[in-house]
Design a protein around this ligand. Structure first.
Ligand SMILES: [Zn+2]
Length: 498
């Protein structure tokens, strides 16, 4: 890249549309009864239907329809009571049938939006449609050989297509994050980008500011992390601006993002829709949904992240950042809400939020062992909410100080024990009694006559030295406030004696 666009590039604006493919968390595949699971022996979850053997007939998985409708409703997309499955025809080694069952002109839902916030500014991203389709299999390349694993063939997917009204990589990432959070909240998808259950293709074009026409777009395929989405889009915007500024023309094509080199490479010319020879799937009837079915699903949608964030700010008076962190993961949000409920007003909500954000979440993140564990178990199984609140209450009551509290929390996560038990077992209770602390202070002062003389002669900095020495002697268990008080008194007395 040259540096031209930093000056000339500002006359351009970028236009981005996103296509998201998200696998649905059904037990079985979309049109057969094979299990829908990841990571098992290749080609062990296949049958005549998903292998495309002659005579095998597809049957619609109703669970998949429910999840797709749920996702569409949460994204404010209008449900079409009649929709049609079609065949999208193309050849690829991971597609044994030679076509993919999808929806085209009559999708299950169309016309919706998702509100996002980028650096404090609200933006409404229009959604063109959400439709149902099946996934293809997977190619695995080892050395010079290629293998086909068809376990994924026939897995239910929803494709969510935004309108091209996203204007920066920042907006794109905010949209994708919000979208993923919603799908995970709903239990529609596991949102796992590395395993490919949540994938994104970005259509990127640039145009001169004020130009009513869209520029020629390129499609950047399968970018598998939010960071890469941002980088790939930024690269593509700069590349296209460079092409235009150098007198060239952007070619409509599909490009692959290379995360190692941070650039996109041409993969193939972009197909037009008519290349796929769409036609109605003759083996499946149109999908007809009743009002009752739709309203039942609507009724099953619980509070979504955006609503939770707003409520946390209004009801709990939490800062935007804190509400954002707490609601990112539904499990954590529900855990936090449970803490508030059993707390019954004993501890300030802000304090409980801080414990969750600064201590619990960072512990869960940093400890590999716990992260592993967390994948299998819910946080509530690692540390019951009443035990976590118990720990906070121990600190609030002054039985242990905040630092010891952190040590206790680590121990709680490892052993599942209650705070009180750990404090007793490890003898961690805070030393608060005046006599006990006074004795230790006397001891420390005697042990360090030089420093004491210095302090009395006016070297105030040495006060901290003594506080530290006392804390060390008590293994951090002394009540720091008490130590400060008594130490000041003792030194004042020594001063008089001199
Ligand atoms: Zn099958």
């Amino acid at each position: 890249m040259n540096s031209m666009h930093s000056t000339n590039g500002s006359q351009f604006e970028s236009v981005i549309g996103l296509e998201v493919h998200s696998q649905l968390l059904t037990k079985t595949k979309m049109f057969c009864t094979c299990p829908n699971i990841f990571g098992i022996e290749p080609n062990s979850a296949v049958c005549p239907v998903c292998l495309g053997l002659p005579g095998a007939l597809p049957v619609i998985n109703f669970e998949g329809i429910k999840l797709a409708v749920k996702a569409a409703l949460a994204l404010n997309i209008v449900i079409n009571k009649r929709s049609v499955f079609v065949r999208k025809n193309y050849f690829y080694p991971d597609l044994p049938k030679g076509y993919q069952i999808s929806q085209y002109l009559e999708p299950v839902s169309s016309g919706g939006y998702l509100d996002i916030k980028v650096e404090g500014v609200e933006k409404r991203v229009e959604i063109n449609r959400l439709h149902i389709e099946e996934d293809a299999g997977k190619l695995i390349h080892i050395g010079n050989e290629s293998y086909v694993d068809l376990n994924r063939a026939g897995t239910p997917l929803v494709e969510i297509v935004s309108e091209p009204n996203i204007n920066s990589s920042g907006e794109a990432v905010a949209y994708l994050k919000e979208l993923r959070d919603i799908l995970v909240y709903l239990g529609v998808s596991d949102g796992n980008m590395e395993e490919g259950s949540f994938r994104c293709d970005a259509n990127v074009s640039v145009r001169k500011k004020g130009d009513p026409d869209l520029g020629t777009r390129t499609e950047v395929k399968n970018v598998n992390s939010f960071k890469f989405v941002e980088k790939a889009i930024n690269y593509e915007i700069e590349r296209q601006i460079d092409v235009i500024l150098n007198g060239g023309k952007v070619i409509q094509e599909t490009r692959l993002y290379d995360s190692r080199e941070n650039l996109t490479r041409p993969m193939r010319g972009k197909e037009e829709a008519h290349d796929y020879r769409y036609f109605e799937e003759p083996d499946l009837p149109p999908l007809i949904l009743t009002d009752r079915f739709i309203s039942e699903i609507k009724g099953s949608i619980t509070e979504l992240p955006a609503a939770k964030r707003e409520r946390y700010a209004a009801e709990y008076l939490l800062a935007e950042y804190d509400s954002g962190v707490l609601t990112q993961d539904k499990e954590i949000a529900l855990y936090f809400e449970d803490l508030i409920e059993i707390n019954e007003g004993r501890v300030e909500i802000k304090k409980i939020a801080n414990w969750v954000i600064n201590d619990l979440l960072s512990e869960l993140k940093t400890k590999d062992k716990m992260r592993e564990k967390r994948k299998e178990e819910r946080v509530v199984d690692l540390v019951k909410s009443e035990n976590f609140l118990g720990l906070i209450l121990e600190v609030e009551a002054g039985n242990i100080n905040k630092n010891t509290g952190k040590t206790v929390l680590t121990e709680m996560l490892l052993s599942g024990k209650k705070a009180g038990e750990i404090i007793k077992e490890k003898n961690l209770a805070q030393v608060s009694d005046e006599k006990g602390i006074g004795d230790i202070i006397e001891h420390v002062l005697e042990e360090n006559p030089k420093e004491l003389a210095g302090l009395i002669s006016g070297k105030d900095k040495l006060f901290g030295f003594f506080v530290g020495a006392v804390m060390k002697k008590t293994k951090g268990k002394a009540n720091p406030k008490k130590v400060n008080e008594i130490l000041k008194r003792s030194i004042a007395e020594k001063n008089k004696e001199c």
